[in-house]
Design a protein. Structure first.
Length: 256
């Protein structure tokens, strides 16, 4: 009851404010998936106030149906982990089969395992409940900036370093002649490291350079993506020859 009243008061507050700037902005559509009406209402109110169009779903299956028919029209999805019919993690796995749609997970559970597991599945961010709706809106904007503005330019030529080749036009990566199955963020991270061989970067620097915005993002995001890259490009991920850890400093990429 307390949380319901809390979200209701925030929703009413958001609805009392107007933003004329929204009238001349092409709206991006955000999908909010949560079985709590208070959460849906407050996020919808705050996102719409910032100029976004908002679609909502109560269950995982309802969200899956929306994604099946409107995926190309969506800019981002905010998904609660504990959903009826189809849980948030399963929905995320379903999205990642064929889409790089940015996803922010919500959860009342604060276990590190849930956060890391969600990031490993391909979530772009993770927000614990209860949350500040202003912070969620800021995270939405940050994730969209990363998704839309921090990618390798399509005009850039393929880069080859040792046995590794990355082509931004075709979004393909190969190592020792074998194609690597990389997500969009893994590709961007490897692209950045290949452009700066042997240079050591801290996790904070990688967040700034690859993700493009680090204020709200957990450093474990970088760690998870490094581990996933090692699993895909190293012969022995537990003893990486290329994507090396410099203890106490960060990571570097060595092609030889």
């Amino acid at each position: 009851m307390f949380l319901q009243n809390y979200y209701t008061s925030l929703t009413n507050h958001a609805k009392t404010r107007k933003n004329l700037y929204n009238l001349c902005v092409q709206k991006q559509n955000i999908l909010v998936v949560d079985d709590e009406s208070g959460v849906r209402d407050v996020l919808k109110a705050y996102l719409e106030r910032e100029g976004f169009a908002v679609s909502t779903a109560i269950t995982g299956l309802e969200a899956a149906n929306i994604l099946d028919t409107q995926k190309d029209e969506l800019a981002l999805a905010i998904v609660d982990i504990m959903l009826p019919e189809l849980d948030g993690m399963s929905l995320l796995r379903r999205i990642r089969v064929d889409s790089a749609l940015p996803v922010i997970l919500l959860s009342a559970r604060t276990d590190e395992f849930d956060r890391v597991y969600g990031l490993e599945l391909g979530a772009d961010d993770y927000v614990p409940k209860p949350f500040s709706p202003r912070e969620v809106v800021s995270r939405v904007k940050a994730v969209l900036r990363r998704a839309q503005g921090e990618k390798p330019a399509l005009s850039e030529k393929p880069i080859t370093l040792g046995p590794f080749t990355l082509d931004p036009k075709t979004h393909t990566a190969t190592a020792y002649g074998k194609t690597l199955d990389l997500t969009a963020r893994e590709f961007e991270l490897l692209w950045f490291l290949l452009r700066h061989p042997k240079q050591v970067f801290s996790r904070e620097q990688l967040l700034d350079q690859v993700w493009g915005f680090s204020e709200f993002i957990d450093l474990s995001t970088v760690t998870v993506h490094i581990h996933r890259l090692r699993d895909k490009l190293e012969a022995n991920p537990s003893k990486p020859a290329h994507l090396q850890t410099v203890w106490g400093v960060g990571y570097r990429f060595v092609a030889e």
